[in-house]
Design a protein around this ligand. Structure first.
Ligand code: UFG
Length: 332
């Protein structure tokens, strides 16, 4: 089976590519390397450098190979940045996704796994958040993901596109061996920033800013549901198998069902690393909901998903192993 992984040189896409190879699939990665790393793409993977904005490159890609399915990870993913530059987010995360769907339609490929997000829900009305919770995004990042869910639904009705939309909560962690992990040029995520703050300048770390301590949560800091990137990878393979078996389009939330505050994450980082995280209190970050916790029963029941790293400490331990051994990420 041939699977196209768009954005497979990035954090989540590279893990899923490796998981697919381990499961016996042939993987082609299409990535423009604007944010991803060539070194994150394994040697057993065909690599095509290209951009989703380039429709002729996409058409050539679909003419060159028969793909059994497509997974799409080539998106911008910083909520704060999406508030500052919404057009960049709608352009890349919505318009370029439509280019990909159009090329799939022309190439007669109709199985699609989409990286959606908890950000489609905005400020939740209740937690844990189940799939039927209303979508009401409060930032352009989440709005873009929500629009694509609508586009996929319509494309299914019109052209039989079969899709699975996986709404990740907070992806985190690295390979237990410490050879693959998170390496964003402009890191914005809490766990890598806390660990880099411990490692200091050598790892590009500085003082961690805690964005808001006056939220309506027990300790005043935001609560999130962290999910290990390998558990995400498993969910993608299960979603692909579901479509390959002829399953219908579906949407699943993906988290561990347990929320941790920013202060608790900082404490866990300190415990794992055995060193304090240099941190200061800062203003709230625009676009941040106070609490996001997943209800993931649906994917467990329907696809048999069962996380291997449900504990925050285990997630942070793998991330620490990666950052401590790769202070400059994938750079040599
Ligand atoms: N935070 C800080 N200081 C930092 C960075 C983050 O206090 O330097 C806080 C944030 O305010 C937030 C929490 O840590 O309360 C987690 O922030 P992240 O940036 O790590 O991740 P987000 O919660 O913003 O993640 C959201 C959605 C995901 C989505 C992701 C995209 O929950 O579904 O954005 O990056 F995929």
């Amino acid at each position: 089976m041939n699977i196209l992984v768009v954005g497979g040189a990035g954090y989540i896409g590279s893990f899923i590519s490796r998981e697919l190879i381990e499961k016996g699939y042939h993987v082609t990665v299409f990535d423009n390397l604007s944010l991803g790393h060539r070194a994150a793409v394994g040697r057993d993977i065909s690599f095509v450098e290209g951009d989703l904005a380039d429709r002729s490159a996409l058409d050539a890609l679909f003419r060159s190979r028969d793909f059994d399915g497509v997974m799409h990870f080539a998106a911008f993913s910083a909520v704060g940045e999406s508030m500052v530059d919404p057009l960049a987010y709608y352009g890349n995360n919505v318009a370029n996704t439509i280019n990909l769907l159009r090329a799939m339609k022309e190439g007669r490929v109709n199985r699609f796994i989409f990286s959606s997000s908890a950000a489609v829900f905005g400020n939740p009305r209740e937690v844990p958040i189940t799939e039927d919770h209303p979508r009401d995004p409060i930032n352009p990042y989440g709005e873009g993901k929500s629009i694509v869910e609508r586009v996929m639904r319509d494309a299914d009705m019109a052209y039989n596109l079969r899709y699975v939309s996986l709404r990740y909560f907070n992806a985190a962690g690295a390979s237990p061996e410490g050879d693959m992990g998170e390496d964003h040029r402009n890191e914005t995520h809490l766990i890598p920033l806390a660990l880099k703050a411990i490692l200091g300048e050598d790892a590009g770390g500085g003082t961690l800013r805690i964005f808001g301590d006056d939220y309506d949560t027990p300790d005043g800091t935001c609560i999130r549901d962290y999910i290990h990137v390998l558990d995400l990878a498993d969910a993608h393979v299960l979603a692909l198998e579901h479509l390959l078996k002829g399953g219908d389009s579906d949407i699943f939330n993906l988290g561990n069902g347990k929320g941790f505050s920013v202060a608790e994450v900082v404490k866990t980082a300190e415990k794992v690393a055995g060193k304090p995280v240099p941190a200061i209190k800062a203003d709230r970050r625009a676009g941040d909901p106070p609490i996001l916790v997943a209800g993931s029963d649906k994917i467990m029941e329907k696809l048999g998903w069962n996380p291997v790293f449900p504990q925050l400490e285990a997630i942070v331990e793998t991330a620490w192993k990666w950052h401590a051994s790769h202070p400059k990420g994938y750079a040599p």
